[in-house]
Design a protein. Structure first.
Length: 150
């Protein structure tokens, strides 16, 4: 099982790093949002980081299920992640735009994980990635709609 899942585990570890970076960015924005959209975005960012926190745990547990080792230190997250840190001084629209960019990176990595899982018939991982892709696409549509009105 370990040998056939190596590429899936590696791709999942990158996804885990991506979600950790995304999670911290959402916390950053939650703490540092100001202005006329404070109340709605403060709550939304908290909702998003709580969701990311659950996904982080699920991804790590999936890696363990596949008999791999989840990456678990921040230096590795910084090295592996497709997502960069963000400034704390961004205005609301720039924060939402940064989240949408993260979503694009997460979707790209999810598709890589999906491809690797398909190659070895890993239905458990495919179930997770399919759900995450659908959820990210929906929240991206909503955030994009919000950003267009402002």
């Amino acid at each position: 099982m370990e040998d056939t899942n190596t590429k899936t585990i590696d791709a999942l570890n990158i996804l885990l790093a991506d979600y950790h970076m995304h999670y911290q960015k959402l916390r950053n924005f939650h703490w540092n949002i100001t202005g006329s959209h404070f109340f709605e975005l403060h709550v939304k960012f908290e909702e998003l980081y709580e969701d990311a926190k659950l996904k982080i745990d699920e991804i790590a547990e999936r890696i363990l299920t596949l008999r791999g080792n989840p990456v678990s230190n921040f230096s590795s997250y910084l090295d592996l992640s497709n997502i960069n840190e963000s400034e704390t001084t961004l205005v609301d629209q720039k924060m939402v735009a940064a989240i949408l960019e993260d979503h694009k990176a997460l979707l790209r990595q999810l598709k890589i994980v999906t491809k690797e899982a398909e190659n070895v018939g890993d239905d458990g991982t495919l179930d997770i990635t399919g759900t995450y892709i659908g959820e990210l696409e929906k929240i991206s549509w909503m955030l994009n709609a919000w950003n267009q009105r402002n």
